[in-house]
Design a binder for this molecule. Sequence first.
Ligand code: GFB
Length: 340
Amino acid sequence: MPDTLTVVERRSFPRGGTADRFDLAGRSVFVAGHAGMVGRALVRRLSAEPCRLLTVDRGTLDLRRPDAVRAWMDAHRPDVVIVAAARVGGILANATEPVDFLADNLAIANAVIPAAHAAGTRKLLYLGSSCIYPRDAPQPISEAALLTGPLEPTNQWYALAKIAGVKLCEAYRRQFGFDAITAMPTNLYGPGDRFDPERGHVLPALMAKAHRAKRDGTGCLEVWGTGTPRREFLHVDDLADGLVHLLTRYSGPEPVNIGTGTDIAIAELAELICETVGFRGRIGYRSDRPDGTPRKRLDTFRMRSLGWQPRIDLADGIAQTYAWYRDHVAMDEDSLHPTG
Ligand code: GFB
């Protein structure tokens, strides 16, 4: 081989031909966590499929309780289970409620995955997250980066629990041949999000804060940290579509990233939100709040190899989400603030 030749590694990922297609027609699909933002998007997306949807309210079934989940699964015997249930929250909630984020997410994985297997479920899809990769993973983050370095301290509790869930799926596949697959969504946003300035994720939190600042005539929007961290944002309807794509076309032990492949700085995101909301005041950066991981952009090669890509542009997605927020959340709140 001439020494002027640089040999590069070729990447390949199983595409899953039509013979491998997992058909949803006539199947019962249990969406665990159907009341959350992801679960609601899944219910919307799956209503277009010829399958039968199964859901259960939190008051009827606590998804953290193995015996109760086992009994429910045995009674309903879903063909497909999608684990969209999780305790989630923004950077501050993660850092200040470590027990809840670690224990609840571990308990959900440990109750739902074994119960689905025991009930004869044909296929299970478990959701991990881009924040469970090492804090300083090379960008864009490939699935192979999992467990190659230390976690981001602000969300290590959530990350550990989700890693355990991902590994439990892999273990069930290896030991019992259970068709459990895992997806790694990037930071999500959209209708049904938690528009809570303290406990929510950055996008809905800034949207709520900008809306209130405009309504109340406050001159300054408070943004946490330095504004320099970069994040990738995926609309939850794109995620739901990607999950159905994955469910029907992929079977394997390796997790699959679902993202846009594009990130933006938090400062740019704040500008975009101010523009959408029509807030014309100033932006102030709060240095006593954490930045978290500096950058988190997913390598979406696998998902693209499987023939899927997102459709909703960030600016359009933010505008649509703001319209939803105004109609479903802000309207009631605003009526208590008639001066706006
Ligand atoms: O969305 P976020 O809370 O979560 O914060 P992570 C992202 C970035 O936005 C951080 C900044 O750099 C924050 O400091 N930020 C600016 C704000 N203003 C605000 C604000 O008003 N609210 C919030 N929340 N952030 C989460 C994990 O990390 O990622 C979770 O903690 C989860 O476990 C999620 O997995 C996907 O992206 O830093």
